[in-house]
Ligand binder design. Structure first.
Ligand SMILES: CC(C)(COP(=O)(O)OP(=O)(O)OC[C@H]1O[C@@H](n2cnc3c(N)ncnc32)[C@H](O)[C@@H]1OP(=O)(O)O)[C@@H](O)C(=O)NCCC(=O)NCCS
Length: 205
């Protein structure tokens, strides 16, 4: 079985190496990284996917940002090892990350990426949300984890300056649902594998 777990300090070097492998040199010079510098990641949502040999196959990270004073999750980077791309592992990690995010009470997610890929998870262009330049506005995409969560949330994307991120999520009223830290998943190409979707329902793939 494959395993998806929250990233720990022990995973950090491997995750950085995977990102270096999958992205062009200078990835940290991208404007989106200015929103991340010095801001703690959302630790519960940074996930690693390992194969049965414990090899790191994929990783995803999330950071907190603000738009119009509202808390927003910035998704990315996500990367799948080049030897396993196109096998559905990226989709597994996206869905698990988004399911966990909803369970923790997050309402809206933002990313900069290719709409043809991310639209399958429900992401759509955010016309009035501005990433730091230079960012192609066509690549600024959002997803509502609660209906209407992006309505009226417009303007520049700003760094999360609240020292204690959880305290900054004052709009979250309900007690967050904390799921298991690690989950086992079958390979997406294995027809017998069951898994959870972003809307929390189980599905066979
Ligand atoms: C993008 C990435 C995370 C997707 O993960 P993956 O496991 O390879 O993708 P999946 O197997 O879940 O999905 C495969 C499908 O997505 C499509 N796809 C993958 N990347 C795409 C892109 N950039 N644009 C459009 N479609 C894309 C494939 O064509 C395939 O389509 P199909 O289902 O119609 O055959 C992975 O390919 C990767 O790490 N790429 C390099 C790093 C990167 O670009 N990261 C994203 C930016 S933060």
């Amino acid at each position: 079985m494959y395993e998806i777990c929250p990233e720990t300090a022990a995973d950090e070097d491997e995750v950085e190496a995977l990102y270096d492998l999958c992205f062009a040199p200078g990835r940290t010079a991208l404007s989106s990284y200015r929103l991340r510098d010095g801001v703690p990641r959302v630790a519960d949502l940074c996930l690693v996917l390992r194969d049965p040999s414990r090899f790191l196959m994929a990783a995803i990270r999330f950071w907190p940002v603000r738009v119009a004073a509202k808390p927003v999750l910035l998704l990315g980077p996500i990367a799948v090892h080049p030897t396993a791309q196109g096998e559905g592992l990226g989709g597994l990690l996206m869905r698990d990350g988004l399911t966990r995010a909803r369970g923790l009470g997050w309402r809206r997610v933002l990313l900069v990426g290719d709409a043809p890929y991310y639209s399958r998870f429900g992401f759509a262009r955010l016309d009035a949300v501005e990433m730091p330049p230079p960012t192609n506005p066509d690549r600024v995409l959002g997803l509502e984890l609660r209906a209407g969560a992006w309505v009226g949330v417009v303007g520049p994307v700003l760094r999360e300056e609240t020292p204690e991120i959880v305290a900054g999520l004052a709009e979250i009223a309900a007690t967050p649902h904390i799921g298991p830290a690690c989950i086992e998943v079958g390979h997406p190409r294995d027809d017998t594998a069951g898994r959870e979707t972003a809307d929390g329902s189980a599905t066979d793939h």
